[in-house]
Design a protein around this ligand. Sequence first.
Ligand code: PGA
Length: 262
Amino acid sequence: MRVIIRKTYEEISLAAANLVKARIKKKPELILGLATGSTPVKLYQELIRMYQEEKLRFVFVKSFNLDEYYGLSSDHPQSYRCFMNTRFFDHIDIDKANTHIPDGRTKDPEEFSAWYEEQIRGMGGIDLQLLGIGSDGHIGFNEPGSSFSSRTRLVALDAQTVSDNARFFERKEDVPLSAITMGIGTILEAKELILLASGESKAEVVAAAIEGPLSSMIPASALQLHPRVTLFLDETAASALTRKRYYHFAEESEQNLGRELF
Ligand code: PGA
């Protein structure tokens, strides 16, 4: 696991955007796994800026989002489809037909989930998956207790997640109680993973995920099983890590060896 620590949220967002840009430059038809939530917002703003100012192109990129609330239609303002369109897709040259987000209104979640997995497989798998981390350690909407080999499916949301996400809804009662999410097994099949975390409220769970034992109670600890993961943490999110000096040293050593960070 590579751990990149920067002072601010803005700096980690830019660093992560630079990684995404490098991967798209190398493979214009990248299959990109995307995430929602407040954490990736600035990363998407940076990618939009790179599109406008640095000729970064998304025309050949295809995307798959991690998850969607179950019960919300795609035009609901709090749906993740709406989030992705307004925060990212509407501002770049991606073909919306190439963007995939689980259908929150499907009548048959099981059949839909199998179809979603098939789409990912059929395109050769996800090259680069972006992730955030929930304050309960979830990735996607894989709540504590999710199997490390879980696949895309309908899941019940943890009370902690419902409470964390209530800030986006007018009333707490409006927060959906379930979602369709890629499984941890699905996420681990992506060829490369990046996870961003910002803020004090993530410090303990980030430390548990990176430096604690593998445990389904901390779903993000499953990332320890993946050979190619970069974590971008701001100083507050990194504040409970015990091996910060090593992570800085490892990054410096890479640079001293003349290796490109990304
Ligand atoms: P957040 O959510 O970015 O809004 O903190 C992260 C997540 O739930 O994955």
